[in-house]
Write a protein that binds this ligand. Structure first.
Ligand code: BG6
Length: 470
């Protein structure tokens, strides 16, 4: 019966979306295609031209967020909506759309928290090699500059790259990173692309501090603690390896501007250390985050993977099928954790241990930029959505946040995924995450009307009581 500390007074309650998953209007209003628009559709899904139709209904959506009492709304800006070819020509209609969205938020006293890059490389730049091209650093800086110029007077909270670690670990699955044909050292190729992203991020952070008065910026990786499958010392080594390659590489780099030593040793062993362009080292040191944004869905568990292990590695505990590496780690299904109907492990306690660990390593304020439950929801005839399972998931995770606050962790805010139903990364729109239900099915667009789920009313009370009523 620990005495709990309250949520801080100015805690940023809100929720998140991303442009390509929520907006629709993917090839209209002057927007150029992104890599998401040109990639092969995941089986059984209908594409991105409508999504939740947020592009046309943002006013109604923001009003609903205000009704829930949101202090903050995390959304991303579509690069190819501002710059249809990724660089050069500006699409004024795109600039205006985000101007309107930002103004709408501010009208309702909602702070806009803007993700600069959420999985949607402009297709024109994708064709030029995407992040494998060393010029990608300059492309990103040009895009960042345009955003700061256009919105920096009103947007004071920025996030750089969503889940860069997932792009590096499972990029081809998300459709953002590519391995060029004929590549002979995949690890080297991927970590070179990763290096370009790290330098681009560092430059964007420095530029934010230069251009945006009072601007605050942070990364937004997917961070979750990696457990050892047992107390076997070799399993502990495997978990340290995986923590380094999955988590700390990204935060060590954002915060300290240096490569994590375990990862560097792994890269050396695989003849895969990235090439530094002149000035990279300095750029990496000069970009400093003001806070850490991070997405949390579940922990991961690994065991030792011996070099002479004959067994094929299993998919492991992580829903995103991160690969194991011989001699390094192998995924392990954690028998202590239940799973969602989509097979994702659920681990609220792991949320607390993750933030404890992160805070003790970096000592920066933390904001949760995603956390949530994907499920099939049912709209009843009287217009209700009884998503008690989602409430339970969120409540359990918030309880752990409060325990972490009690442990002395500086928590800035909580933005679960997602504010409103939107298209998932590869399982369509029927895998729903929102507080707000969108009346459509995968292929039948129906009315697209909005409905308040039970979780909507629950979250409204949570926010109104600043977390006292959960
Ligand atoms: C995160 C992404 O990885 O997880 C989101 O940042 C994504 O874009 C979310 O939608 C949930 O994953 P999924 O695959 O269920 O959409």
């Amino acid at each position: 019966h620990k005495k709990l500390k309250p949520f801080p007074k100015n805690f940023l309650w809100g929720a998140s979306t991303s442009a390509y998953q929520v907006e629709g209007a993917s090839l209209t209003h002057g927007k150029g295609p992104s890599c998401q628009d040109v990639k092969e559709l995941p089986p059984g899904t209908s594409g991105l031209d409508v999504c939740a139709d947020h592009y046309h209904r943002y006013k109604e959506d923001v009003a609903l967020m205000a009704e829930m009492g949101f202090k903050v709304y995390r959304f991303s800006i579509s690069w190819s909506r501002l710059l249809p070819e990724g660089t050069g020509r500006i699409n004024q209609e795109g600039i205006d759309f985000y101007n309107n969205l930002i103004d709408e938020c501010l009208k309702h006293d909602i702070i806009p928290l803007v993700t600069m890059f959420h999985f949607d490389m402009p297709a024109a730049l994708d064709a030029r090699g995407s992040w494998s091209n060393p010029e990608s650093v300059d492309w990103f800086v040009e895009f960042a500059k345009l955003m700061y110029e256009s919105y920096g007077d009103r947007v004071k909270y920025w996030l750089t790259i969503n889940e860069q670690n997932m792009l590096t670990l499972v990029g081809p699955l998300i459709g953002t990173l590519h391995i060029p044909e004929g590549c002979t050292n995949e690890i080297k190729e991927i970590y070179q692309q990763n290096h370009h992203m790290l330098v681009a991020q560092a430059k964007a952070m420095a530029l934010c501090h230069e251009m945006v008065e009072g601007g605050k910026i942070g990364p937004a990786p997917n961070i979750s603690l990696v457990y050892p499958a047992s107390c076997k010392p070799e399993d502990v080594i495997a978990s340290q390896n995986t923590n380094a390659i999955r988590n700390w590489l990204y935060l060590d780099m954002s915060v300290y501007g240096v490569y994590n030593n375990l990862v560097w040793a792994y890269l050396e062993e695989n003849d895969a250390t990235p090439t530094f362009a002149p000035g990279d080292e300095e750029a990496l040191k000069n970009g400093n985050p003001d806070f850490i944004g991070f997405n949390y869905y579940n922990t991961m568990t690994v065991e030792h993977y011996a070099m002479d292990d004959q067994e094929e590695q299993t998919a492991g505990s992580d829903q995103q099928h991160q690969r194991g590496e011989k001699g390094f780690y192998k995924g392990f299904r954690n028998p202590n954790l239940p799973t969602t109907e989509f097979g994702w492990e659920i681990d609220p306690v792991g949320f607390r241990s993750t933030v404890r660990e992160m805070y003790s390593r970096y000592r920066l304020p933390l904001i949760v930029t995603e956390n949530g439950l994907g499920a099939y929801d049912t709209l009843t005839e009287d217009g209700k959505i009884h998503d008690a399972y989602r409430i339970e998931y969120l409540r359990k995770h918030l309880e752990q946040i409060q325990l972490a606050i009690t442990d002395g962790v500086e928590m800035m805010g909580y933005c679960p995924w997602s504010a409103i139903d939107l298209v998932s990364t590869h399982e369509g729109i029927v895998k729903r995450y929102g507080f707000i239900y969108v009346d459509r099915e995968e292929f039948d667009l129906k009315t697209l009307n909005r409905y308040r789920k039970d979780s909507f009313f629950w979250y409204k009370d949570v926010i109104a009581s600043n977390g006292e009523k959960m």
